[in-house]
Design a protein around this ligand. Structure first.
Ligand SMILES: C[S@@+](CC[C@H](N)C(=O)[O-])C[C@H]1O[C@@H](n2cnc3c(N)ncnc32)[C@H](O)[C@@H]1O
Length: 653
């Protein structure tokens, strides 16, 4: 499998992905020699699209190099962390944590999750000059190779490679790093999927242009301005905010109205409401007791802090929705129940006709001031509360660090984490039950904590996939003193500790609090060299199976064949030889198969109607030429039997 990929990577060009897409959808525009007929292509567009020769685009050094990186296939294998994954809390978990470079991990993910991810949230390095952003791809092109691949001169190739090697923090280096990742991320999104990207002043303009290009200007949803800090050392303008950009895969498929009833704190207030309503009959006493409780929790209520009243229908706030939004509202008298005088009407009149107002008064839906001078309000009950996603959010960003400290014995094991609260502001607007969120700059795993907490409150089964580079922690940092040698270790431990706390606080939670862990590994040079010189007519040699074990090869293939990281495989015993069956694929990875065992496989295919793989995949290094041929011939023969089986035979190296 790796050898095949290395060979095909040699032929990859910067625009390979785009050409493949064109070939798939417009085969008639290609001539037999592979050349593209642009005039014929224009004919396809003529009715619906204005073809323009004007326009502008984002240009930066290394843009083609970035596209080349996105086009090359991955040559790593997926190694499951078998000990962790078999623990009771993880064995059935559908959450995934990948320790790896995200460019590589995205390429694996795409094989199984293309078009399947509802939400992506990323918090990439901001390129502030202080955030340790260093270009960190590890592609090993020589100047000559790159100049040939990108059709550029050697001087340009050298400048690009320089950017990748010197750990440059220039705009070009940052764009070259982000571009291929954002490009691949788009393909993960479902048709109605969206991506949220945290960023600050340093790169927001470049990010916006990049996303306009990769996602399409049409698919821009909006920008959230997050006021997260107080600037105590202001320069010209005190910067007290950052941004969260939001783009969709296809805006037409995204619900045009975003509302959510999942508000973290709402549940807590509703619980108190139920408790008081069941214990207290008297309305005055009810309000008294609620006010007492309300004053102790007011500071935690955030946007619900207007809900200070209660009656027998529940907790409510006063809403000013009696006001007519434009001119020409309704004017009539609403009499104050105590003073007996008409209440002051809204400036533009009431929004409802008098009959509707009378009904609302009769139903007890109207909230009066102490006397007639206050404009009346409508009672808005908490159980009907729905949130909207506002473009400005005010939320103290420091709470992220406090949460980490609470989980890690007051130690600051991760610098500048986001707070789960900010993620909880937007995730409920886009995710539904069973949806997947991906965060490929996972850091301390804030996204996982937010998802576990949201799943607990909403009882939805949200799933996450997190990717974090096993970046070494800094010597003498609190993380390293705590015993973490890499950041992905911090991220995994954060999930474990946050899950424990959630379980303590909500013993009845049904949320998925575990995760499966995988690492992406490059085969050793020795294995690669041997793969290079392997001759199928000779006997087998030390290979990927010997280096990593069957579970690694199997997991890598299952993901490659679209079954995902949570695929369940059946082990099938063919007279002492174990094969692995998952839906349409039967995998034969182990070496040492005998003629009798091949006969057993063929016999089962021929006679067992419940056993119906459509592909047999062989690990080429485990089979000598004679056995491979024997199996191949026997499989072909099955199409002439009663079952008329047409099974695809795939030997992977
Ligand atoms: C700004 S932090 C994210 C913080 C995170 N949102 C949190 O709340 O903890 C960016 C993270 O991306 C990681 N990172 C940088 N380059 C990466 C790469 N190529 N692949 C995966 N992770 C990477 C860094 O190690 C860092 O932990």
């Amino acid at each position: 499998m790796i050898k095949d990929i290395i060979e095909s990577n040699e032929a990859v060009t910067a625009n390979a992905r785009e050409i493949a897409a064109l070939k798939e959808h417009f085969p008639s525009c290609f001539h037999s020699d592979g050349s593209f007929d642009i005039e014929r292509f224009k004919e396809f567009l003529s009715d619906k699209v204005d073809v323009t020769s004007e326009g502008y685009e984002l240009k930066f050094l290394g843009k083609n190099y970035a596209r080349l990186l996105a086009s090359e296939d991955t040559t790593t294998v997926i190694q499951p962390d078998e000990e962790h994954n078999s623990k009771p809390e993880n064995v059935n978990s559908e959450n995934i944590y990948i320790s790896a470079d995200n460019l590589d991990a995205l390429k694996h993910l795409l094989k199984s999750y293309a078009g399947a991810v509802k939400c992506i949230y990323i918090d990439p390095p901001y390129n502030t000059g202080k955030d340790d952003f260093a270009y960190n791809d590890k592609f090993d092109f020589s100047i000559e190779e790159l100049s040939e691949k990108l059709s550029i001169n050697e001087e340009q190739a050298e400048r690009i490679l320089d950017l990748t090697k010197r750990g440059s923090a220039s705009h070009s280096a940052w764009l070259m790093f982000m571009y291929p990742r954002l490009l691949l991320a788009r393909d993960l999104l479902s048709k109605d999927g969206v991506i949220f990207i945290s960023i600050d002043e340093n790169e927001v303009t470049n990010l916006r242009l990049t996303c306009d290009e990769l996602y399409g200007e049409d698919n821009y949803i909006g920008t959230i301005v997050w006021k997260n800090v107080t600037d105590n050392n202001p320069t010209n303008i005190a910067t007290e905010h950052e941004y969260i950009l939001c783009y969709s895969k296809n805006k037409e498929r995204v619900s045009p109205i975003w509302k959510t009833s999942i508000v973290d704190i709402k549940d807590k207030v509703l619980q108190k409401e139920a408790e008081l309503l069941s214990e207290i009959e008297d309305e005055e006493m009810l309000q008294e007791q609620y006010t007492l409780w309300y004053s102790t929790v007011k500071s935690q209520l955030g946007k619900l802090d207007g809900y200070k009243f209660i009656d027998r229908n529940g907790v409510y706030a006063g809403s000013r929705s009696v006001h007519n939004p434009g001119k020409n509202g309704y004017f009539y008298d609403v009499i104050h129940p105590i003073t007996g005088k008409p209440c002051t009407p809204p400036l533009m009149g009431y929004r409802f006709p008098e009959e509707t107002m009378k009904k609302m008064i009769a139903d007890g839906r109207i909230l009066y001031g102490d006397d007639e001078n206050k404009i009346i309000e409508i009672k808005q009950y908490l159980h009907d509360y729905e949130d909207k996603l506002a473009s400005v959010i005010e939320l103290d960003g420091r709470s992220g660090a406090n949460i980490i400290r609470q989980l890690f014995d007051n130690k600051n094991v991760f610098k500048n984490p986001k707070t789960p609260a900010i993620l909880k502001e937007f995730i409920p607007f886009v995710m539904n039950d069973d949806d997947i969120i991906v965060d490929f700059f996972a850091g301390s795993s804030t996204t996982a904590q937010a998802i576990m907490e949201l799943s607990t409150v909403s009882k939805n089964n949200y799933k996450y996939i997190l990717i974090q580079l096993p970046e070494p922690t800094k010597k003498d940092s609190e993380a390293s003193l705590f015993g973490f040698s890499t950041i992905d270790q911090v991220g995994q431990e954060r999930i474990i500790r946050a899950a424990k706390k959630i379980k303590e606080d909500h013993p009845d939670t049904t949320a998925d609090l575990g995760f499966k862990h995988y690492t992406l590994v490059e085969p050793s040079k020795d294995t690669l060299d041997k793969m290079e010189t392997f001759n199928p007519e000779m006997i087998t040699f030390n290979n990927l199976v010997n280096e990593f074990g069957v579970p690694t090869v199997l997991t890598t293939w299952l993901v490659r064949d679209g079954y995902g990281f949570n695929a369940k495989c059946k082990e099938i015993d063919f007279n002492g030889y174990t094969g692995y069956w998952c839906d349409k694929h039967l995998y034969l990875i182990n070496e040492g198969i005998t003629q009798e065992q091949i006969a057993e496989i063929v016999e089962k295919l021929e006679n067992d109607t419940t056993f119906n793989p459509e592909n047999i995949v062989l690990f080429g290094y485990s089979f000598n030429w004679a056995r491979t041929e024997e199996l191949n011939i026997n499989i072909k023969r099955l199409k002439d039997t009663d079952r008329n089986l047409r099974i695809n035979f795939d030997v992977r190296y």
